[in-house]
Ligand binder design. Structure first.
Ligand code: ADP
Length: 498
C-alpha cells in the first residue's frame, strides 16, 4: 500500500482547526499571542501553528488545577469508580479514534504508521485501562502500635502536578503521566514537547469527552527554557513535577524544584548495553539488536546502542545483522512498507550525522549507513548505521546519540563485558542473549540498570515498572510504583486511652 494520500487523512479536518491551550476545561488562546510551528519530519512541511504558552498561561492553568484539586472535583466529589469510569472511557475513545490518532502521531513524529497503529495507540489505551483499575484499589493500612492508639494510614493525592514530556513517544508518555496522576486524584498541567504537540491536544479533547472535570487536566503547549517548561518547573504552587527528557534538562528541573521543594521524578537518557553471548539463538539476537537500536529511529531512551558481541560469534552475527539492516525499508512513515522513518527534526538529524562523523574520526569502522539515504531529498532521514571496531571509551559509546546508530563492541570474557557494560553514566536498561539460564540469571544481577531484558528487547507492559539507575533518573513509572510517585501517605493516630 502506498503512502496515505492527504485527502485520505482522518485527522485532516482536525489539523486545519486553530490550536489552543486547554485551561480549566476550555480551549483558549495563549496570552503571549505567540505561536510556533510543528513540522512533518518526512516532508519538512508545516503541520500547524501552535500557541506558545507563557508565564501568565501557566499561572492560569495552575490556578485552575489548584481549584479543581481543592474542591475535590475529581477526588472527593467523584467516587473512585467514577474516576475509573472516566479513564476506561478515555481508553475506549482512544480505541475508537485509533486510526486517526495513529496518523496524527506519524505525521508529527515521523514514526512508521505500523508502529503508531500497533504500539503507540494501543499501549496508550492499555495504560489508561491499567490505571483505571488502580482507582478502586488505592489503600492505606492499619498498623499495630499499642492498645491506647488506633493507627492507620491514608493514601492521598499529591495535589497539582506539572508534567513535561518528550517527543519520541508523545501519546504514550502522556498516558504514563496522566494515568497514575489521575488514578490518584491529582490535577495536572501537561507540557508536550514543542516538536510533537498535536496528539496531546487531541487527547485533551477526548479527556473532556470522557467526563474528566474542568481544571483537572490542563495542557500548555510551549517551549522549554524561558517558556512554558521553565515556568512549570519553577512554579511555587505546583506540588510535584514529572519529567522525561534529556539528562541535562533533568538537572535544570531538579534545581528549579528547590524553590518550593516540589517532589520530582525523572526518566532521563540511556546508553544501554545489548550483550550477545556466543551460545545465543543468533537469529533472535540479531532481531533483538535491530529492534533495540532501530525501533522509533533509535529515538528511544532505552535503545540498545552498545552491542557487545562475544568474539567467537562475531562473524556470524555481523553477517546476519548487516544482511537484515540492508533490507530495511526507509521512507515516509505514512507508507505501510516503511520500517524506519525520519528523525523527528533537523536538529536531531544533524546530531546523528555529527556523531557519525565523530565516530569515524575516533577510529570506529563504518559497516553500513552513515549518511542521508539517496532518493529522499526532503525529510530528516538518517540511514540505519552500524559501526564496528568500537571501543567502549569512545564518545559514540558513551554519549547518547538518540538515533539509528549502533556501536558494535567485541568481548571475550564475561567479567570483562560486565565491567564495560556498566562503564557509562547511564543505567536505564540492558539486555542479555544466551541460552544458558544460569549465565542469564547471574548476568542480570551484574547489570546496573532499571530494566534488563533476557532474550528479548523493548518489551513493555503498564504493570511493569520502568526507570533508571545512576544518571538515568529516579522514581519508577508504570505499575504500582507510579502510584507511589503520585500519592502521599498520611499517618493517623487516634487516641483510645480512657
Ligand atoms: P530533547 O533534547 O530530546 O528535546 P529535552 O530534555 O530538551 O529533550 O526536552 C524534553 C522536554 O523538556 C520538552 O517538553 C522540552 O520543551 C522540555 N524542556 C526543555 N528545556 C527545559 C527547561 N529548561 N525547563 C523545563 N522544560 C524544558
Amino acid at each position: 500500500m502506498a503512502v496515505v494520500q492527504e485527502k485520505e487523512l482522518l485527522c485532516k479536518e482536525w489539523l486545519a482547526k486553530p490550536k489552543k491551550l486547554l485551561i480549566d476545561g476550555k480551549w483558549v488562546e495563549a496570552k503571549t499571542n505567540k505561536t510556533f510551528k510543528t513540522y512533518n519530519p518526512a516532508t519538512e512541511e508545516v503541520l500547524a501553528e501552535i500557541p506558545e504558552g507563557g508565564k501568565e498561561d501557566v499561572d492560569l492553568a495552575v490556578k485552575a488545577a489548584r481549584r479543581a484539586f481543592e474542591t475535590g472535583a475529581f477526588y472527593n466529589k467523584f467516587s473512585a469508580s467514577q474516576r475509573a469510569k472516566c479513564l476506561y472511557t478515555l481508553a475506549d475513545l482512544i480505541d475508537k479514534h485509533a486510526d486517526e490518532l495513529a496518523q496524527l502521531e506519524t505525521l508529527d513524529n515521523g514514526k512508521p504508521i505500523k508502529e503508531s497503529r500497533w504500539v503507540d495507540v494501543p499501549m496508550t489505551a492499555e495504560t489508561f485501562r491499567y490505571y483505571a483499575g488502580w482507582c478502586t484499589k488505592l489503600e492505606g493500612e492499619t498498623i499495630n502500635t499499642n492498645n491506647d492508639f488506633f493507627t492507620y494510614t491514608l493514601r492521598e493525592p499529591v495535589g497539582v502536578v506539572g508534567q513535561i514530556i518528550p517527543w519520541n513517544f508523545p501519546m504514550l508518555m502522556l498516558a504514563w503521566k496522566w494515568g497514575p496522576a489521575l488514578a490518584c486524584g491529582n490535577s495536572v498541567i501537561l507540557k508536550p514537547a514543542e516538536q510533537t504537540p498535536l496528539s496531546a491536544l487531541r487527547l485533551g479533547e477526548l479527556a473532556l469527552e470522557a467526563g474528566i472535570p474542568e481544571g483537572v487536566i490542563n495542557i500548555i503547549t510551549g517551549l522549554g527554557p524561558d517558556s512554558a517548561g521553565e515556568f512549570i518547573a519553577n512554579h511555587m504552587d505546583i506540588d510535584k513535577i514529572a519529567f522525561t527528557g534529556e539528562d541535562r534538562t533533568g538537572q535544570i528541573i531538579v534545581k528549579a524544584s528547590a524553590g518550593n521543594l516540589k517532589r520530582v521524578s525523572l526518566e532521563l537518557g540511556g546508553k544501554a548495553p545489548n550483550i550477545v553471548f556466543a551460545d545465543a539463538d543468533m537469529d533472535a539476537a540479531v532481531n533483538g539488536a535491530i529492534t533495540g537500536i532501530f525501533f522509533n529511529q533509535g529515538q528511544v531512551c532505552c535503545a540498545g546502542s552498545r552491542l557487545f558481541i562475544e568474539k567467537k560469534a562475531q562473524d556470524e552475527f555481523m553477517s546476519k545483522l548487516l544482511d537484515r539492516v540492508g533490507k530495511m525499508v526507509q521512507g515516509n512513515g505514512l507508507d505501510e512498507k516503511t520500517v524506519i522513518g525520519p528523525q523527528v527534526s533537523k536538529e536531531q538529524q544533524e546530531r546523528c550525522l555529527n556523531y557519525i562523523d565523530i565516530a569515524q574520526k575516533e577510529g570506529a569502522k563504518l559497516a553500513c549507513g552513515g549518511e542521508r539515504p539517496e532518493g529522499l531529498d526532503k525529510g530528516y532521514f538518517v540511514k540505519p548505521t552500524v559501526f564496528t571496531n568500537v571501543n567502549n571509551d569512545m564518545r559514540i559509546a558513551q554519549e547518547e546519540v538518540f538515533g539509528p546508530v549502533l556501536s558494535v563492541i567485541p568481548f571475550e570474557k564475561m567479567d570483562q563485558v560486565a565491567e564495560q557494560a556498566n562503564k557509562t553514566r547511564f543505567g536505564l536498561s540492558g539486555a542479555v542473549w544466551t541460552q544458558d539460564v544460569k549465565k542469564a540469571h547471574k548476568f542480570v544481577k551484574k547489570i546496573q540498570a532499571g530494566t534488563v531484558w533476557v532474550n528479548c528487547y523493548n518489551v513493555f507492559d503498564p504493570a511493569v515498572p520502568f526507570g533508571g539507575y545512576k544518571q538515568s533518573g529516579y522514581g519508577r513509572e508504570l505499575g504500582k510504583h507510579s502510584i507511589e510517585l503520585y500519592s502521599n501517605i498520611k499517618s493517623v493516630w487516634m487516641n483510645l486511652a480512657d
